[in-house]
Design a binder for this molecule. Sequence first.
Ligand code: NAP
Length: 241
Amino acid sequence: MKAIITGMNGTVAPYVYMELENRNIEIIIWDRSRVDTDSQKSVSDFIRKVQPDLFFHIATGPVKWLDFIAKATKELGVKLLFTSSVSVFSEKGSGPYDPESVPDAEEDYGRYKIACEETARTWNPDSIILRLGWQIGSEKGSNHMVDFLAKAQKENGFIEASSRWFPSCSFLEDTAGVIAQAALTYMPGTYLVNSNRKYSFFEIAEFLKKKHHAHWNIRETDSFERDDRMVDPRVEMPELF
Ligand SMILES: NC(=O)c1ccc[n+]([C@@H]2O[C@H](COP(=O)([O-])OP(=O)(O)OC[C@H]3O[C@@H](n4cnc5c(N)ncnc54)[C@H](OP(=O)(O)O)[C@@H]3O)[C@@H](O)[C@H]2O)c1
């Protein structure tokens, strides 16, 4: 079995790569310095040449790129998996969210992810769309919660963490497992991927501090209150801890 993956210079894709490798799937990386993303011809030619079974669009990047990918994968019969985000739900609202919850983001990033989802669904109705929560990893300078906490500590000398905010989040290894499993076995549709059943951001930050033996000065606050947890019984996600 063969797969194309985008976004390999990012945070999530390298974990998906490792997961696919463990499942003996051959992986071709989309190198944007060698393959253009801005024309239907270039995108279709590349996918036709590689002849993958699966396409993992993990990169961010223009909606138009996804438009080209969705059309090409539909035409060539390639299964498309797209990683969306809990950010499709407005920061002004509150969850918990389930598969029936309607995206309502007003923020730029959330509106961008909604546009991506709609593009994937319109041009490749067989797409699998996974809305991810905040990722938890360990590498420095990467797009995940531990790096955010370390930066906040470095910049302010302390970290403010609310005990009334319940984020959606998951460890990168667990997310990658579900991404691979979804591409191989899920029916087309939109799924919510979250490991946090019950913990506040304050509790999660305290746990990660211990796990990483970090010298973080975490200050509990209750000024920020929101429930961003996503719940989807179709997704087998390990609990956070
Ligand atoms: N990290 C999280 O906490 C989180 C949470 C929820 C959802 N997600 C979703 O998961 C996916 C991966 O996130 P990530 O954290 O890995 O993102 P990231 O670390 O910011 O990496 C995104 C990658 O996308 C590619 N890219 C960036 N700008 C681009 C552009 N203008 N045009 C084309 N490609 C561009 C780059 O990869 P190349 O240079 O290899 O092409 C980049 O490394 C995204 O869809 C994101 O919305 C992530």
